[in-house]
Design a protein around this ligand. Sequence first.
Ligand SMILES: Cc1cc2nc3c(=O)[nH]c(=O)nc-3n(C[C@H](O)[C@H](O)[C@H](O)COP(=O)(O)OP(=O)(O)OC[C@H]3O[C@@H](n4cnc5c(N)ncnc54)[C@H](O)[C@@H]3O)c2cc1C
Length: 490
Amino acid sequence: MNIVWFKRDLRVQDHAPLAAAAALGPVLPLYIVEPEYWQQPTASLRQWCFTRDSVRALAQQLAELGQPLWVLSGHAPDILQRLVQTHGVQGLYSHMETGDDWTFARDQAVKKLGLPWQEFRQHGVVRGLSIRRGWAEQWETLMAEPQAATPALQGPGAGPFELPESLPTPCQLSIAVQPGGSLAGHQLLDSFLSQRGREYTRQMSSPLSAADACSRLSPHLALGTLSLRGVVQRLRATPAPDALWARSFRSLDKRLHWHCHFMQKLESEPRLEHEALHRGFVDLHAEPADLEVIERWIEGHTGWPFVDACMRCLKQTGWINFRMRAMLVSLSAYHLWQPWQIPAQRLAQRFVDYEPGIHYSQIQMQSGTTGINVNRMYNPIKQSRDQDPDGEFIRRWVPELAGFSADWIHEPWRAPAGLQRKMGGPVPPPIADPVLAARQAKQKLTAFIRQREMGDEAQRVLSQHGSRMRQTRPKYQRTSTDTPQQTLDF
Ligand SMILES: Cc1cc2nc3c(=O)[nH]c(=O)nc-3n(C[C@H](O)[C@H](O)[C@H](O)COP(=O)(O)OP(=O)(O)OC[C@H]3O[C@@H](n4cnc5c(N)ncnc54)[C@H](O)[C@@H]3O)c2cc1C
C-alpha cells in the first residue's frame, strides 16, 4: 500500500500522485493537521476555515472514488512513521511544495524516515533552478500536458478523521466569506469566464469593483482545490465573445503565469522569506520595527481614510485586490519606513490566499528590496481620489467618516473646523503627511544606495529571477456574432 499525502493540493482532479499511486494498488489518502504549522506567525484561523472546508470536500470526493480520506493530527514525520509500521506502507506520493522554512524543515524530517517518496510538480516551479533561461517555455509545456486521470480507488477503508472545527493560531480572526473546496473553485471559474470577467481589466484596480470583477481563484490555487493546469486549459479553451472578453482572458492568462513566476523566486532563494532579495538592502533599516506604527497600519487606524478602509475591508473579508495590496505595503515600507518582515507576517495572516512564494516576492518588490524593479511610492490621497472618487468605499469601511462629502472625505482633517465639529469633533491628522513622508523616504533610499556598490548584485538577481517571457501566450479568438470574426494577436 502507498500513502498519498495531500498538502496544498486538496482535490482529486488532475492529481498526478493520486493517479500514480492508484495505478500500483491500494492507496491510503492522508491529510495531516499539523498544530505546529498553525502556530506560525503567518497562519490564521481564517486560513484554517478555508482549509477545513476544503479537506471536508476532498474527503467526500475520495469516498466517492472508493477510499475515504484519513485525517490525523500531529507531527507529520511521526504520523507517517507510525503508518509505515502499522500498515506496511511501501511508499509516499505527494505534490512538491514551495513553502516557507517551517514546511521545508518538516519535509526534510520526512525524507530522513527513508520511506521512498515520489514528489510530482503541480506548478511551473522548477526545483534546483539557478538561472531563468527557458523557464517560460517549460511553464507552457507543463500547462499543455494532459491532466492526470481521476482514478477509482481501493485501500484500507475508513480510518481516523481528526478534523477540528477550530484551531488555536496566532491570528484568531475567522472568516467564511469564500467557501473552500473544489466545487466552490469551479463555480468561481465558471462565473468568471461566463459573466463576471468581461470588465476584469477595467475594474481590477478599484476595491469597489475588484471583489466581483477579479477571478477570486487565489485561495483555490493556494490550497490546490483547483489544478493550475486545469484552470489554464479551461481558460484557453473558452472562446472570447468580444474584444473586451479577449482582453480579460489574456490578462488572466498572464497572471496565472505570474503565479508560478513569483513562486519560483522563493523556491530558488528561500532566504527571501527573511532577507532582502538584493543583498545590498539587507541592512537598509538601522532601526528595529516600530510595533505601534505597524499596529495602526494593520488595524486600519492610520488616519489615511482610503488606506484604513482597505485594511478594515481586508480584516473583515480576508481579501483585497492587487493594487491595494501593493499600496499598503509601499506605505509601510516607504512612508512609515518600516522593515518589511513583520508587516509581511501580519498581512499574510489576513489573507485567506496566503501563498508564501507569491507573498514574499511581492512584499519585497513593493518594498524596494529586489534591486531590479521600479520603486513605486503610492500617494494614498491620490489613490483614494482615483480609485474611490465619491468616497463610497471609505464610507462603507470607515463609518466614522460616513458623514463627509466627496469633497472632504479623502482628507477630512482639512475640512473646515465647523464641519469637523458637526461630524463629531476635530479629525486628527494622519500618521504622516504623505508627500513629506515619500520625499524623506526617497532621500533615505538615495543616500543608502549612493554609499554602496549595488550593480553586480542587481545583475545576479536579474539573471536568477528576472522574467524572460517570450511571446508564447495563446491567441484568444473573438467569436462574437455581431462583430467580424477576428484573431487578436497580443
Ligand atoms: C504585497 C502582496 C502580497 C500578495 N500576496 C499574495 C498571496 O499571499 N497569495 C496570492 O495568491 N497572491 C498574492 N498576491 C498577488 C495578488 O494580489 C493576488 O493573487 C490577487 O489579488 C488574488 O485575487 P484573484 O484571485 O481575484 O486574482 P486575479 O486577478 O483574478 O488573478 C488570478 C490568479 O493569478 C495569480 N496572480 C494574480 N496576480 C498576481 C500577482 N501579482 N503575482 C502573482 N500571482 C498573481 C493568482 O494566483 C490569482 O489567483 C500579493 C500581492 C501583493 C502586492
